[in-house]
Ligand binder design. Structure first.
Ligand code: MN
Ligand code: MN
Length: 271
């Protein structure tokens, strides 16, 4: 059984429209610790009690993308070197590139389950190839994805459709969505959750809300169907300045518990 290590990545310099996601990790962590809820997961175990779980706090990022990427990659390598599994809190979605790159360096090309309203496949966005609209283009180009399955996508344009075809991305249609349409992936599995994949009624605290998204119940069902060893996960794009009553932070904290319990249930990959 692998211990789980949580850490925050307080950066939003690669956000294309509105900053604020840098404040996300602290707000999700506060809800995780809050007596408003407990540390139970729907799979049964409590994190920190039944599952070894530690929180490193936030990495001291400096808002310089190459230096921050190097710091993120070093931290992921350290966590894996301890035989532990990382769960990262964003921050904007650009952080998934160094997270996944470092994970793939250790485990080889990954099967990636990506939850998002947006495919994040832009070759560049606004002249920034490291935009939060581009991480999965960079990940695919680098050969880090054995399979990339995207769930929740409802903003596909012609450029991203061409990019998805070029990279062989599997996009699960949102029309008539049921969790059973999502492929059950082999390991090593990486899970990246952009909170705007959820419907804005469930997760309003994001920079790019898009109606017609997943319910929390559907997302948990998608997660619980996955049975492969998980080698890393992230929850990104929480923007507290857009939230309503902290409900999105509460969802983020619940997803930390569900991911931790899923990592524990699915068991270790060979390190
Ligand atoms: Mn998104
Ligand atoms: Mn995204």
């Amino acid at each position: 059984m692998s211990a789980i290590r949580l850490f925050g990545l307080p950066t939003d310099i690669n956000s294309s429209f509105e900053r604020g996601a840098a404040a996300g990790p602290a707000a999700i962590r506060a809800e995780l610790r809050s007596e408003r809820g407990n540390l139970a997961s729907e799979l049964g175990p409590e994190i920190g009690t039944d599952i070894a779980f530690c929180d490193d706090g936030d990495l001291p990022l400096v808002e310089d993308t190459p230096r921050d990427d190097a710091m993120i990659r070093r931290h992921v390598a350290l966590v894996h070197g301890n035989g532990e599994i990382p769960i990262a809190l964003g921050g904007d979605h650009a952080v998934s590139f160094p997270l996944i790159a470092a994970t793939a360096e250790r485990f080889g090309p990954l099967n990636i389950l990506h939850i998002d309203a947006h495919p994040d496949l832009y070759d560049d966005f606004g002249g920034n190839p490291r935009s939060h609209a581009s991480p999965f283009a960079r990940i695919c180009e680098a050969g880090h994805a054995a399979r990339l399955v995207q769930v929740g996508i409802r903003t596909m344009n012609s450029h991203c459709r061409a990019q998805a075809a070029r990279f062989g991305v599997e996009v699960v249609p949102m029309a008539a969505f049921v969790p059973e349409t999502v492929p059950v992936l082999d390991g090593p599995l990486y899970i990246s959750i952009d909170l705007d994949g959820l419907d804005p009624s469930a997760a309003p605290g994001v920079a790019h809300p898009e109606p017609g998204g997943l319910t929390v119940r559907e997302l948990i069902a998608v997660l619980h169907r996955q049975r492969a060893p998980i080698v890393g996960a992230d929850i990104v794009e929480y923007n507290p300045s857009r939230d309503v009553g902290g409900v999105t932070a509460i969802v983020g904290a619940k997803l930390v518990r569900e991911l931790a319990a899923l990592i524990d249930r699915n068991g270790a990959a060979g390190h």
